[in-house]
Design a protein around this ligand. Structure first.
Ligand code: 6PG
Length: 240
């Protein structure tokens, strides 16, 4: 596990971009599962404004770690956010975008998306392998759309499950730990002081945290886990 701390989000975004380019440099095709929420917005803006030409976007195929069960033009849609901040600006080819159909029945979509992963990704030991899974952490310790009150979903035998947001009741389709921890590389992008409590619990008391928080269960078999933190999210860490 590697922990990288940055003074500002632009510096974090640049470092994550350099990290991704390094991973992509010797691969004809990179399969990445994107995170949603607000953290990735500035990263996608950075890519569309400053990396139009130094990243071969035609070699990257975009999937998601989770999606809200809303239509693709809903303001809550992770796909819509990504389309507005990235795809529309970089003219990413449609056949490189594998969105989760938030508009469809959640259980049926979880099954369908699992099939998409089986058909589109390399399979190792029976499980689809992403090159990169990008994740955020909620201030309750969730990641993707596996929430603390449904921790058992993380170890579900399926590739994709239906999670439920504990406050809003919103249904979401999410990858499980089976896929996330099978990725070649996993990056946790965490900013904001509201995440500082969970960051220090997960990093400095991982065994206890793993009993409570899905984000603490992010332990890729490859060992390639990198935390990209800003100073505010890292502020409670005792070793910086
Ligand atoms: C989502 C995300 C979710 C997100 C965290 C952090 O669909 O909301 O995939 O797991 O990464 O909730 O969200 P913020 O970046 O908005 O803090």
């Amino acid at each position: 596990m590697e922990i990288r701390i940055f003074d500002t989000q632009p510096q974090l975004n640049q470092a994550f971009t350099d990290w991704l380019k390094e991973i992509a440099c010797n691969k004809d095709c990179v399969n990445i599962a994107l995170s949603g929420g607000s953290t990735p917005k500035s990263l996608f803006d950075e890519w569309s404004m400053n990396h139009r030409d130094d990243i071969d976007w035609d070699r990257i195929r975009f999937f998601w770690g989770d999606e809200r069960c809303v239509p693709p033009d809903d303001e809550q849609s992770n796909y819509r956010m990504t389309r507005e901040h990235l795809f529309d600006k970089l003219s990413i080819p449609e056949n490189h975008i594998f969105r989760i159909h938030g508009e469809d029945d959640p259980d049926a979509e979880a099954q369908r998306y699992a099939e998409v992963l089986r058909n589109e990704l390399p399979i190792v030991a029976g499980v689809p392998v992403f090159d990169v899974v990008m994740l955020g952490i909620g201030d309750d310790g969730h990641t993707a759309s596996i929430f603390p009150d449904q921790l058992s979903l993380w170890n579900n035998d399926q590739l994709c499950v239906v999670g439920t947001h504990p406050q809003s009741g919103q249904k979401r389709v999410s990858l499980t730990g089976k896929v996330i921890n099978h990725a070649r590389y996993v990056a946790l992008l965490v900013t904001g002081e509201n995440k500082a409590e969970k960051v220090v619990e997960i990093i400095e008391n991982p065994q206890e945290a793993a009993k409570k928080y899905p984000a603490a269960q992010v332990q890729p078999e490859s060992g390639n886990l990198v935390w990209f933190l800003d100073r505010t999210a890292a502020q409670k860490l005792t070793k910086q």
